[in-house]
Design a protein around this ligand. Structure first.
Ligand code: ZN
Length: 150
């Protein structure tokens, strides 16, 4: 393993530890327009994702729950990454994250979310990393359906 790769890996681990230790947007949201529950029975991760969607834009995302470091860090990173994005942008990001974690790396740079890419080497942890994203996806798919009836 090259020295540079080890440095990158350490940086990635540091970001994950930090987000696990102090998760961002870790609270319930009374004014949420949408919420969904997620459960990963393989690891025991459980979380609830709240979203405030207005005019097709995700204004705020928060979460609560109990999970391992990877699931908590992934949820925390997600709440920061999707804020202010349209539902279509969030859906595209969900697809790219899923690809990054399970298949090949997508063409575009995923910024801070790249720290999750190391999980691909540990197939048993992939569901930990994707749990929050699947849960948000479920929540905003409902938002999209609502939007279409307007
Ligand atoms: Zn887990």
């Amino acid at each position: 393993m090259a020295e540079q790769d080890d440095g990158l890996r350490e940086l990635y681990q540091e970001v994950i530890f930090d987000h696990n230790r102090s998760p961002r947007n870790f609270h319930e949201m009374d004014h949420a327009s949408h919420r969904a529950d997620g459960h990963n029975p393989l690891c025991g991760d459980q979380l609830t994702v709240y979203a405030l969607v207005e005019g097709g834009v995700v204004r705020e995302v928060s979460f609560v729950g109990n999970g391992c470091a990877i699931s908590t860090a992934s949820a925390s990173l997600m709440t920061e990454a999707v804020r202010g994005q349209t539902i279509d942008q969030v859906e595209a990001l969900f697809q790219d994250i899923h690809a990054m974690l399970t298949q090949a790396h997508p063409d575009r740079d995923l910024g801070k979310l790249e720290v999750l890419s190391g999980v691909r080497e540990f197939p048993s942890r992939v569901k930990c990393a994707t749990l929050a994203w699947h849960t948000l996806h479920n929540a905003i798919t409902l938002a999209r359906d609502t939007a279409q009836t307007e």
